[in-house]
Ligand binder design. Structure first.
Ligand SMILES: Nc1ncnc2c1ncn2[C@@H]1O[C@H](COP(=O)(O)OP(=O)(O)OP(=O)(O)O)[C@@H](O)[C@H]1O
Ligand SMILES: [Mg+2]
Length: 259
């Protein structure tokens, strides 16, 4: 019994082995990723950190199945991943509630059940009572919350605890205060649902606030050059020393590429 539990815990939710990605062929070919090995545990929150253009979105797209890796193997032991982009990408003709319901509907959930679930998720992101609004009636921050609720609907529709949420700089376009509030909400929701999260950012502070583990990608071709476990239950997220260390390493990666 214990051995079974241990085996389950050791099973990665996301297992990437030797992932490489080259766009195009011949002299115009761009190698965006090289030799990426990454294992993410079920329920783990990992931030992928790296400079602009280093291949973060490409890696997330490969995990999501939106791009095909050129080399290597992707193994997902979760339900189908859900994606949250930098822009909210809501369907403008549907209300906020119906946008959240959509992945549940596509999963074959009955109307009454999915209404209740959507209301629950909108409550979770503190949008109770706004389910009837259409996207254009909401602020940018509110739209991102609807988008978060929809991603959670998709990520948790296969049952609690086995969802996978892929987030590509979802808060980058928001003002600092809204970003701070949504980061707090994401953490609360992550703790409540046990969803596995891979979150892309180029912001060290954001990575250290959110993640249990930060993984650093070098500039093109993106390859993993560093990893840090972030001490949990500590509001300073590893404190200034860890922040300085990760920032210095990121700076080194960027300057060595520019040189
Ligand atoms: N469809 C594509 N065709 C050709 N090249 C591409 C394609 N998608 C990405 N690239 C190239 O791959 C590299 C990595 O791009 P990617 O979008 O993954 O970077 P990123 O780390 O997400 O950057 P940012 O932080 O600016 O979003 C870039 O050089 C980009 O030009
Ligand atoms: Mg990107």
């Amino acid at each position: 019994m214990t051995a079974t539990v241990e085996r389950i815990q050791q099973t990665a939710a996301v297992d990437l082995r030797g992932i490489g990605k080259t766009f195009g062929t011949g002299s115009g070919a761009v190698t965006a990723l090289r030799d990426i090995d990454l294992q993410v545990r079920p329920g783990e929150f990992v931030c992928l950190l790296g400079a602009s253009g280093c291949g973060k979105s490409t890696l997330l797209n490969v995990v999501a199945g939106l791009e095909q890796a050129t080399t290597g193997r992707v193994d997902l032991r979760t339900t189908r991943p859900s994606f949250m982009f930098q822009e909210a990408a809501l369907l403008p003709w549907l209300t906020a509630g119906r946008n959240v319901e959509l992945p549940l509907q596509l999963n074959g959930m009955g109307r009454r059940e999915r209404r209740e679930r959507a209301e629950e998720l909108l409550r979770l992101v503190r949008l109770d009572g706004l389910g009837q609004k259409r996207p254009h009636e909401l602020s940018g921050g509110m739209r991102q919350r609807v988008s978060l609720a929809r991603a959670l609907a998709a990520a948790t529709s296969g049952g609690e605890g086995d969802g996978l949420l892929l987030m590509d700089e979802p808060f980058a376009a928001l003002d600092a205060i809204t970003r701070d509030v949504l980061q707090g909400e994401l953490l609360r929701v992550w703790e409540a649902t046990g969803t596995t999260i891979i979150f892309v950012t180029h912001d060290v502070r954001e990575a250290l606030r959110l993640a249990q583990r930060v993984v650093l990608l070098s500039s093109r071709p993106g390859t993993i050059v560093g990893g840090w476990d972030v001490p949990q239950g500590d509001s300073a997220a590893g404190g200034p020393a860890l922040y300085d260390e990760v920032t210095a390493r990121l700076r080194q990666v960027i300057t060595s590429h520019a040189a």
